[in-house]
Write a protein that binds this ligand. Structure first.
Ligand code: SF4
Length: 242
């Protein structure tokens, strides 16, 4: 978003999240997992890949290795075949094996409830740590991935140019009661409505609040009103001719 555009006010940010919350009252990640460890592995695997591709691969992987101990025993070579359908699988197999060993050696096999400790694990960056903290431990950091970054800047929740600064803006503008769900609402909005190339602005619940100057189409209601008006005008013209 260009610097000159006005950011949403706190009250507009409140309305923004209220509406997104109405569409999904209990947002969770779309990744499948049964434990914090499996969540951590699934999030690592989801980097630059779709949740769907991860969910197709992880049932067999987690059946073979549901814990850090079993995953470490499986090792990189045997993890790889399970995840070959996911992008960057070679590197991810190496990281999943290494982070499993690190969890055993440093944290007694548990996923640490601590950002610095999470970020110290192989293949775990700030975004992954944020997702794990939010999802597994109900902490409210807002992980900024590509969807969150785009939506926040388009809508006017941030005009920053780095994920860290966008995260800081979001933490400042997001009302406390929406902090836990904000990451998911922004991701889901970016994934299904505010699409990268052609956002579905006519169907968007926050269109009137959004600062994006290049919105697509007309809002559904406005389009309907316009169509209704056009029909009415036609009917009137016909009636006048008679
Ligand atoms: S109005 Fe369009 S650009 Fe703005 S949030 Fe909605 S979909 Fe995205």
């Amino acid at each position: 978003m260009p610097k000159s555009k006005r950011l949403l006010t706190r009250s507009e940010a409140d309305s923004f999240f209220t509406r997104l919350a109405e569409t999904r009252p209990d947002p969770r990640t779309e990744l499948d997992y049964d434990s914090p460890f499996q969540l951590l592995v699934a999030v690592v695997l989801s980097a630059q890949a779709t949740d769907r591709s991860v969910n197709l691969a992880t049932p067999a992987l987690f059946k073979a290795a549901p814990t850090p101990q079993r995953m470490a025993a499986l090792g990189e070579e045997k993890i790889a075949p399970f995840i070959q359908t996911i992008g960057l699988w070679r590197n991810k197999a190496k990281n999943v094996a290494a982070l499993s060993r690190a969890l055993i050696e440093t944290h007694g096999g548990a996923v640490p409830h601590d950002r610095a400790a999470l970020e110290a694990l192989p293949g775990v960056g700030r975004k992954t740590a944020n997702v794990v903290l939010a999802e597994a431990f109900d902490e409210p950091p807002i992980a900024v991935d590509t969807h969150v970054f785009r939506v926040a800047r388009r809508v006017g929740l941030s005009s920053a140019t780095t994920p860290e600064k966008v995260e800081a803006d979001l933490m400042r503008l997001t009302p406390l009661r929406f902090l836990r769900g904000a990451h998911h609402w922004l991701i889901l909005h970016g994934r299904y409505v505010c699409l990268a190339r052609k956002p579905l602005c006519p169907e968007c619940a926050v269109r009137d609040l959004c600062r994006y100057p290049d919105k697509t189409g007309e809002p559904a209601a406005a389009a309907l009103t316009a169509r209704t008006k056009a029909k009415g005008a036609k009917a009137g013209a016909k009636a006048r001719k008679r």
